[in-house]
Write a protein that binds this ligand. Sequence first.
Ligand code: 5AD
Ligand code: SF4
Length: 452
Amino acid sequence: MSRSYYIQTLGCQMNYSDSERIDTVLQHLGLTKTDEMNNADLILFNTCSIRQKGEDRVLGQMRKITQMRRVRPNLLVAITGCMVRKTATKLFSEPDSLLRKVDELDMTFRIEDLPQVPSMLSELWPDYSFPEIIEANLKNYFNINPLYTSRFQAFVPIGTGCDNFCTYCIVPYSRKREKSREMDKIFEECRRLVDNGCVEITLLGQNVNSYGLSNLDNKTDEFKGMRQPFIKLLEHVDSLKKYGLQRLRFTSNHPKDLSDELIDAMARLDTLMPYLHLPIQSGNDEILKRMNRNYTVDSYRELIKKLRKTIPGISISTDIIVGFCGETEEQFMDTYRLFEEIKWDMAYHAQYSTRKGTFADQNLEDDIPKEVKKDRWHRLNELLKSTSHEKNREFEGREVEVLVEKFTKGRCEGRSEHSKIVVFNSNEDLTGQLVNLQVKKGREWLLEGCLT
Ligand code: 5AD
Ligand code: SF4
């Protein structure tokens, strides 16, 4: 009898994109996907460790799994994603492995080791007959075609890892050194998507602005002598508009690497949407230095000015960490006041949590009490609510084009060019279609529209 798997994905869009590649491998092995953890023979967590909360969410489910094991002796439990440092099964694991620490786990794999998953599974399920799949075909996990969740919208990774070593961040340790994917492979994937009806593509990387420029990239011929490879990539993908691509987005950006040429390209290329995610992290120069961010508040202000001048009406979102090591009330207030000044359309703010092995963990004191972090988070959130409301009200009466993502009970929901969530009433399920709407109301977190 065929066996089934359940996959729970946490964290960023990169993880969701990785899960689509995991689907391909598991379904090639004859496993069927289930949405019910209780029915699954293989339970897989694609994890995020950027904050402690994400790890707690996974570990918190282990007790339930112990109970499930009593009635399902064949059950396998696996973890991939940022919580994993080593690829191993419980048949062979090293003492410091996650497998030794968490009893319920059977296997852990780093996402780039996805090609090894078939052989790991056959070790753990010796009684199950797997169809032959040749590991050589899976040499590089990027070469595995994803089973896209959506037919009209896709996330395409353009590289992995990060060389920036922001002092609070685990990513350079979990996803290791920055390495860009070959441009023609990215283009091929985008071309295939567009040929199959995809109208919106988001290019993904930890820092897309340094695409093709990392130390590892410099060692290959691929990007030799190329100036601004990311812009070249954007131009290349933008050319797919003749085959039906309508919208191109990219994330995430780093203020230290966002060039004037890229801002110009955003204005120039037809498919690029007027929206940018540009994490600031803090509005105080001393804290930015302590975070190893390599830019100043003033240089960030300049970027915002250029963006707003070159792409009028652009919507901009950011990430902010509150309560980083040693952050005084006055330093937090610098962030607060900068928020009032810049008025981001959206912000994802987080309370600082120490990540093991990072520079901050080893050299700085996590000295801001929990309650203070919480209080700062709430103050920023109140401010965000009013800023976001104000920004959304600016759209009232305007026409927007929305790519509909879902339909429930007579209501469609999608995103506008500016990446605003827009809801509207409709008798028909318009999922996957681009529709023109008039904005009736700007709410705190979304726009309400009606079909024109
Ligand atoms: N604590 C809290 N937030 C963090 N982020 C990254 N590391 C941490 C941490 N240790 C946030 C940053 C980043 C976003 C993806 O997650 O704001 O931009
Ligand atoms: Fe982490 Fe900084 Fe790299 Fe972003 S740029 S992934 S915050 S180290």
